[in-house]
Design a protein around this ligand. Sequence first.
Ligand SMILES: Cc1cc2nc3c(=O)[nH]c(=O)nc-3n(C[C@H](O)[C@H](O)[C@H](O)COP(=O)(O)OP(=O)(O)OC[C@H]3O[C@@H](n4cnc5c(N)ncnc54)[C@H](O)[C@@H]3O)c2cc1C
Length: 470
Amino acid sequence: MDVVIGAGLAGLSAAVHLAAAGRAVTVVESRRRPGGCCGTAELGPHRFDTGPSVLTMPGVLAEVFGAAGEELDRWLPLRRLDPAYRLEFHDGSRLDVVADDAAMIEQVRLLCGPAEADRYRRFRDLLGRMFAAEWPAFIDADMTTLGAMAKPYALLRLASMGGFRRLDRLVAAHLTDERLIRAHTFQSLYAGLSPRRALGVYAVISYMDTVGGVYFPSSGGMHAVPVALAAVAEKCGASFRYGTRATRVQADSGGVTAVCLDTGERLPARNVVVACDLPAAHAGLLPEAAADWRLRRARHSPSCVVVHLGLDRPLPGRTHHTLHFGRRWEAGFAALEAGWPQPDPSIMVTHAAPDTLTALEPVPNLHGHGWERVERRLLDRLARLGYGDLSEAPRLIWDPRRWQAEGHSAGTPFALDHRFTQTGWFRPSGVARRIPGLHFAGMHTAPGVGVPPVLVSGRLAARRILAAGR
Ligand SMILES: Cc1cc2nc3c(=O)[nH]c(=O)nc-3n(C[C@H](O)[C@H](O)[C@H](O)COP(=O)(O)OP(=O)(O)OC[C@H]3O[C@@H](n4cnc5c(N)ncnc54)[C@H](O)[C@@H]3O)c2cc1C
């Protein structure tokens, strides 16, 4: 039997691929429902998605359904958000990131003038070429051997496009309007880094959302994604043990033998996919022989404070996602790097349903300080931005302490950051070299954090198991 530990998106992807290939699969999940970070919460009549809201690369999701012979459209109809984001800048101007290519270039022309629109058109082409070079070679690729990084042609192509410069310099070499530069560099925070530290290759994140587009389930919110994946896995024969914690992976000289549960049971297993927080797993769940030197000096991403508010009426004129940029851009990233809240934060506001509003502010993880003051400040900021006085609105808060209580090491749900030394083969490995049958998936492994990458990591783990034939 194959056991998957964790029914987050990575574990679900692994479970679907394994079960669809005819393997006997049991998924063990400590919570009462699937999704992990892609969770849901209720507050009176209001329902919130507690994790991702920017769903990019729907093809990756479609591939998981396709592996089971199912169609994404039938299980989980998606609609493209248009605009994907509204970007509101510190100077009061704004830019809607719209779906149509020509309409987007026109938006840029109206905001920044014809010369910048021309530069933007060329930059958009560059993003497309970068993505084409990077995705198959380094993102959608098994990175469990050092040789996997040695792809000279792809490396040369990326280098020639500036992929190994710093992201801020790369973008500034192509665009001149500070607002447009911000619109294409803020995404480095998704990788846990400032644009000054992130490599240019992370420009592909802005390809995924600003060019590839942002999607959303037609009903059920983002939590519908894991619900549908779990249903497909079950249809393929996988069984789910919700509300059950894996306490120990057992192995002998021949490899993995079993997974012990907090119920006292012992599930015999030939293969295990550990798809949960890896630093936490190495503190008791895993045998010592599974230790990975890459985790010795783990550098975690910043965390976030998320305030979910119940509304008594919709907010007219507001889009699904609005990014409010702070004025002190550089100082904001410098503060986060130093472990303090941003002095004038950039925040993401999501109005996914008429009766809900969610505001997210990046803050230091538990190795930093000062995030306790952020909730109050966030409500004041929302009032100043025209969302009204929401101080009496029913609300739920997720902060670094809560992320920690949910099992995320360092109190961040964004795992390790994506500095070069935590990227590709340098990120914690997807396989335990000394324990046959022990595999890893999820945001702590390659390719990394985010919905598409963790779905890919689950597929890669399943493929390794199927290839090994244990
Ligand atoms: C607030 C927020 C906003 C985000 N926004 C976006 C976004 O807009 N776009 C995007 O692409 N990504 C976004 N992300 C990131 C994305 O959601 C995550 O990278 C991804 O969902 C992580 O999936 P995972 O399967 O690796 O881990 P997890 O979701 O953490 O799943 C791990 C699972 O393992 C379970 N588990 C842990 N230990 C055990 C155990 N011992 N036994 C059994 N079960 C166990 C946990 O309960 C959990 O369900 C966001 C994340 C958050 C939190």
